[in-house]
Design a protein around this ligand. Structure first.
Ligand code: PLP
Length: 430
């Protein structure tokens, strides 16, 4: 029987995984055209012809309106900006609570703080890994105004359940769909079922332009408020005769023509890039099927998955070693769990530290003097820290890792290396 590489055996793989690179002569030509034209950003922070941005910014928005089926698309310089702008557009303020997930990028949970609202954490589903509708329901109080829901790893959250709660309790919903490129929920593009949806084009995403984010909404007023916050709202509300100007103090969240030019070319590649991931992930899932202790991504009924990451549920009691020991052994087999080559992210890793365990929440350090928790507008106890979201804490500590090396130009042979290494460890660790 072969020997584990960690014990001196031959590793399954010795080559690093090639990085994810998707630019070609099309992005190159598009960028050169912008430079030759000589106008890198075509915005002015005042009402008028240039308030909505340059030609390419507006073309990219048209493409995403068509791609998502949403009535409005508003592009910004990051999804972080979109999510903050959405909190402004929702009209959040002191004393409001927003239900968020701890298992995401930090901005998915910190955004309400920028408008003095209080993030309240809901736990996740143990199978599909998005926010649990039952947990959200438990967290709703008379102070709840909104929910930020995340389509984690590339699959939609349970939007029927979440939107039912939202209608019943009169809540606004932001869908943080940064991991979505074209995945659907019951035939509709994920991200379009909430009041506002947000997508990311940062360098780690399936399509990217370095930094960038897209808001979508069917609501005319929310769309205008998003556009205002993107571009110095306070200077522009009079020019656009906007009635509700609460929170309409803006930023410079504008995307340049350079990023828009790149993102237009990337948008044309969505089908090819996502379908390649789906094929690789289907192969990997088939190889892991029936392996005791490892569960490949569980697909929600009626949904498609974009596989920004490939989450694997891990059961230490079945495999016989801890998740961290499994990852150490995987690393020794050449499926690296740290960044060694040019990869954007390590081929395999655990996922982020749950946000409710971060000091901004455990020590309430967003602003001096415990603000906004200790303000006269609030004064309620919110559970942060260990024990507040047991499912997420278990996933973080021991029950989940993600395979990140699931992109073109990798092939099914690369997926076989990953699966072979995992199977070898499971077999020799029992
Ligand atoms: C779920 C989620 N939300 C929001 C963001 C923020 O995106 P951006 O880097 O475009 O600001 C990210 C970034 O990785 C993310 O993964």
């Amino acid at each position: 029987m072969s020997k584990l590489a960690i014990n001196g055996g031959t590793p399954v793989r010795t080559r690093p995984f090639p990085p994810y690179r998707t630019f070609d002569e099309n992005e190159e030509r598009a960028v050169v055209e912008v430079i030759r034209e000589g106008v890198i950003s075509d915005y002015i922070g005042a009402p008028g012809a240039y308030f909505m941005g340059g030609r390419r910014v507006q073309q990219l928005e048209d493409m995403w309106r068509a791609h998502t089926g949403a009535k409005h698309a508003v592009v910004m310089n990051s999804a972080t900006s979109v999510i903050i702008a959405a909190m402004a557009a929702f009209g959040l303020g002191p004393g409001d609570e927003v239900i968020v997930t701890p298992y995401s990028h930090v901005i998915s949970a910190t955004a309400p703080l920028f408008y003095d609202a209080i993030p309240v954490f809901a736990d996740s589903e143990p199978d599909c890994l998005c926010m649990s509708v039952d947990s959200i329901r438990e967290k709703i109080t008379e102070r709840t105004r909104a929910i930020i829901v995340v389509d984690l790893f590339g699959q939609s959250a349970d939007m029927d359940g979440i939107m039912d709660l939202a209608r019943k309790h009169n809540l606004l919903v932001l869908s943080d769909s940064a991991h979505i490129t074209k995945a659907t929920y019951k035939g509709r593009m994920a991200g379009t079922l909430a009041h506002i949806g947000s997508y990311s084009f940062n360098g780690h995403k399936t399509i990217q332009c370095g930094e960038g984010g897209m808001a979508v909404t069917d609501d005319d007023e929310l769309a205008m408020r998003l556009r205002l916050v993107r571009n110095h709202a306070e200077n522009c509300v009079a020019g656009y005769e906007v009635e509700n100007i609460i929170n309409m103090v803006g930023f410079n969240f504008r995307m340049t023509e350079l990023e828009a030019a790149v993102c237009i070319e990337q948008t044309k590649k969505i089908d090819r890039l996502v379908d390649a991931r789906r094929e690789l992930c289907a192969h990997l899932a088939r190889r892991l099927q029936g392996v005791a202790g490892l569960t490949a991504p569980i697909l929600r009924k009626g949904c498609t998955h974009d596989f920004l990451l490939f989450p694997v549920l891990y059961d230490a009691s079945v495999v016989g070693i801890s998740r961290d020991e499994f990852l150490r052994r995987l690393d020794a087999e050449g499926i690296k769990t740290r960044k060694v080559g040019e990869e954007h992210v390590p081929p395999v890793t655990g996922f982020v530290t749950p946000i409710h365990l971060q000091p901004v929440f455990t020590r309430r350090t967003f602003r001096p003097k415990g603000y906004p928790w200790d303000s006269s507008h609030y004064g309620h106890e919110v559970p942060y820290g260990q024990g507040a979201c047991p499912v997420v804490e278990g996933l973080f500590r021991e029950k989940l890792f993600t395979v990140n090396a699931i992109y073109p130009p990798l092939t099914t042979a690369d997926m076989d290396d990953i699966a072979d290494a995992m199977l070898k460890i499971v077999e020799l660790s029992a």
